[in-house]
Design a protein around this ligand. Sequence first.
Ligand SMILES: C[S@@+](CC[C@H](N)C(=O)[O-])C[C@H]1O[C@@H](n2cnc3c(N)ncnc32)[C@H](O)[C@@H]1O
Length: 220
Amino acid sequence: MPIGTDSETSGGPSSRVKLVGRALNAAVSHAPWLWPLLRAPMTRYFDDLAITWDDRTGAPGVDHLAPLAVAVTKIDRRPERALDIGTGTGVAALFLAREFPYASVRGVDVSEEMIRRAKAKVGLDPDGRVAFQVADSAALPYGEGHFDLVTLLNTPPFFAEIARVLRHGGHVIVAASSGDQTPFYTPDAVLRRGFGRHGMTTVKTGVIGRGSYFVARKGD
Ligand SMILES: C[S@@+](CC[C@H](N)C(=O)[O-])C[C@H]1O[C@@H](n2cnc3c(N)ncnc32)[C@H](O)[C@@H]1O
C-alpha cells in the first residue's frame, strides 16, 4: 500500500498527505533555510503517524522496499558503514543490515516516536551492528566522510549534509516506494542538480514496479 494511504477509503495516498509531503520536499530541496520553521510541526506530524506507520504503509513489505533493494545492486562496493536518513520505523536500515552483514548501520529520524519503534525492532541485536537515534538530517551528528552509503527512502534530502558525511567514492540512494506518486518524492532532475552542486555524480536512476530510485556517488 502506498505511503500515507488511508487504507479504508482509497487506493493511494490522501491528497492532504501528498500536499504535506510535496511541500516539505520542495522546501528542503529548494529552500533548506525554511526547515527551522517547519521542524516542530513536521516532527509532531510524524510522531502522530508513528504508531500506525507499519500497518498503514506496509513498510516492512516487499513493495515498500523494492526500489531500495534494486538500487543497492547498482553500487560497486559493499559498504562498511551505512546511514539511513528519515528511517521512520527502521525498515530500510534493517534491510541494509540484512543485505550487508558486515556493515555497521545507523538510522536517524527527527521523530522520537518513530525511533522508539525502530529501536524496539533491534532490542535483541546481539552485536550492536544496527543502532537508531533521534537526529535532524539538516545537522547530522557524524563527522565528515564517515559513511560509505547513505540511503533515504521516502524522505526529503538535505544535499549538503549528505555530501558532507559521505566519504569520497561513497554512494547515496534516494528511493521512493510509489515513484512520483509518493508524497515525499523528489524528482530526479532536482536530485541530480542538488547533489551535483555538492560534487556528486549521478550513477543510475530507475523504476521498479511502482517505485523509483536514484543513485549518486561522491566524486567523479
Ligand atoms: C515518509 S516518512 C518515511 C519513513 C521511512 N523511511 C519509510 O519509508 O518507511 C519520512 C520520515 O522522515 C523523517 N524526517 C523528515 N525530515 C527529517 C529530518 N530533517 N531529519 C530526520 N528525519 C526527518 C520523518 O520524521 C519521517 O519519519
